[in-house]
Design a protein around this ligand. Structure first.
Ligand code: URA
Length: 267
């Protein structure tokens, strides 16, 4: 998607940055681009997919019977295997109603991993996350801190569209959680951005709503990760489309991400 300067300007004005305080314009693209670490270097000629050993059976959750998502996910040693396991999974009626298994988009080598709720109609049609109206806003939000689909990786808690875009049930989230958790193990990002209450409460295992969870750093841990990963929640772009006044808080959260990436870059 090609972003026009006007799109970025509209995003800033809606977020409350509606006053010029300098005589000369600051090139935010130049400063943002400097601030964000480049994706990890990959050998462009022969990129090697990251492989993580299958989780030992003793480390699997108790419910990890063969055929369950926990079992299938734990056995996936790379992204291709995880995608195949999700495409072969027959444990959720939701999947039968969906056109696509919406796996992920962006750069698997990126340091930033974004996680939303579930595909909508356009995502189901194209088989890619965040390509509809809320995806366009997500792209603008990422661009405002110098990120794009080359410097970030994007997925959802549910890979299948709930009929009529209804909210996922807690059983559906529980069934998909082992897949998204393994997805995080395999990407092994520097930080996670969780968009909306469904992603935040599922991955942070917290009961509070998004208003209480957003704008704070948490640590996400999993037996398949070498170390805990910093995670921050913010409002879902879909919510921001209906509630533009909340963009101010989302902008605050995104600046926290930018600061953290800059600090990590200097270390
Ligand atoms: N909303 C989401 O949470 N994810 C998508 O991929 C699209 C809309």
């Amino acid at each position: 998607m090609e972003l026009q300067p006007y799109d970025i300007l509209r995003w800033h004005v809606a977020a409350g940055a509606d006053e010029a305080i300098g005589e000369t314009a600051v090139d935010r693209f130049a400063t943002s681009a400097k601030a964000v670490p480049p994706p990890r270097p990959v050998d462009a000629a022969a990129p090697e997919p990251r492989r993580v050993p299958a989780m030992p059976h003793a480390a699997m959750p108790h419910a990890a019977e063969p055929g369950t998502s926990a079992h299938q996910a734990a056995e996936a040693v790379d992204l291709a295997a995880l995608r195949a396991a999700m495409e072969a999974f027959e444990g959720l009626p939701l999947k039968a109603a969906a056109t696509s298994t919406v796996f992920g988009d962006g750069n698997p080598e990126a340091g930033v991993m974004c996680i939303g709720e579930a595909p909508g109609q356009e995502e189901d049609r194209q088989g890619l996350p965040f390509v509809g109206a809320s995806g366009k806003l997500l792209d603008r939000m990422l661009a405002s801190i110098g990120l794009d689909r080359q410097s970030a990786y994007i997925t959802n808690i549910l890979p299948w569209r709930p009929p009529a875009n209804r909210k996922p049930t807690s059983d559906e989230v529980a069934a998909c959680l082992p897949f998204v958790s393994r997805h995080i193990d395999l990407i092994d990002p520097q930080l996670l951005i969780l968009f909306g209450g469904a992603a935040a409460s599922a991955l942070l295992a917290r009961g509070e709503g998004i208003n209480r969870l957003r704008g704070r750093w948490f640590e996400y841990s999993s037996p398949g990760l070498p170390r805990p990963i910093p995670a921050i929640a913010t409002f879902h772009p879909e919510y921001l489309l209906c509630t533009p006044e909340a963009k101010r808080e989302a902008w605050h959260d995104l600046l926290m991400v930018k600061k953290r990436l800059e600090a990590g870059h200097q270390n």
